[in-house]
Ligand binder design. Structure first.
Ligand code: MG
Ligand code: MG
Length: 238
């Protein structure tokens, strides 16, 4: 899973470096496809329940699961990129939201807060802690900044499948959840909205947007619980 995570980290870095006004989301997908091919990995997104691409690209009010295509990135957009890879049957999964050129102060704040909420959640992945402390920490950061946390989509266990039990909510669900053990691996992935947390799925059957049209950001890493605390497999400089 460390090896799969390093491939995903490289996809994060190379797609991030390609983001600028005038680039299409399908060009970002091609960047990811080339990294996966060069590293001898396989895509866990391509053909997942029929998903037609290697990454998800979700601009502005789109929360997650956007399909790369002819959308042209514009100055002032924010773009969420979600990517994964498989090495020898083991999965990595990670996401970030980046600015396209100069963006509004609220967009900057949304991205900073969402990223910080992810790392606050990751800090909770300690042996013998309870899983739902992750969501409590995410929620405190996001709502403390005046934003809302999406409820309809959550993080997950990950290993020989991309999505394994248990779910990892980004909010306190009313119970502490399972006790964390050394060797557990999770994908923690807060989705944070400027406005309400409500979501709508578009007619393409994939793209999820905010119901109120407000901006949304998404950050994700694949993390193991170790004796020394959390180890992030997908860490990259994005
Ligand atoms: Mg993901
Ligand atoms: Mg995920």
């Amino acid at each position: 899973m460390r090896r799969a995570g390093r491939v995903v980290a490289e996809i994060l870095e190379k797609t991030r470096a390609a983001i600028r006004p005038g680039v299409t989301t399908s060009e970002l997908d091609e960047v990811a496809r080339q990294v996966i091919a060069a590293r001898g990995a396989r895509s866990n997104f391509l053909n997942y329940h029929g998903f037609p691409a290697t990454i998800c690209t979700s601009p502005n009010e789109m929360i997650v699961h956007g399909i790369p295509g002819d959308y042209v990135l514009e100055e002032g957009d924010i773009i969420s990129v979600d990517c994964g890879a498989i090495i020898e049957g083991y999965h990595g999964d990670a996401a970030y939201t980046a600015p396209v050129g100069r963006v509004s102060p609220v967009a900057e704040k949304l991205m900073e807060v969402t990223r910080r909420s992810l790392f606050a959640g990751i800090d909770q992945l300690q042996p013998d802690n309870r899983l739902h402390e992750v969501g409590r920490a995410v929620q405190q950061v996001a709502e403390g900044a005046g934003f809302s946390v999406v409820r309809n989509y959550v993080g997950h266990g990950i290993g020989t499948a991309m999505h394994e039990q248990p779910s990892v909510p980004n909010y306190w669900p009313g119970s502490p959840g399972p006790k964390l053990k050394v060797g557990n691996v999770f994908a923690v992935e807060p989705m944070v909205n400027v406005g309400s947390p409500e979501t709508i799925e578009l007619a393409d059957g994939w793209s999820v947007v905010t119901k109120d049209g407000s901006l949304s950001a998404h950050f994700e890493h694949t993390i193991a619980v170790t004796e020394d605390g959390p180890e992030i497999f997908t860490l990259a400089d994005v």
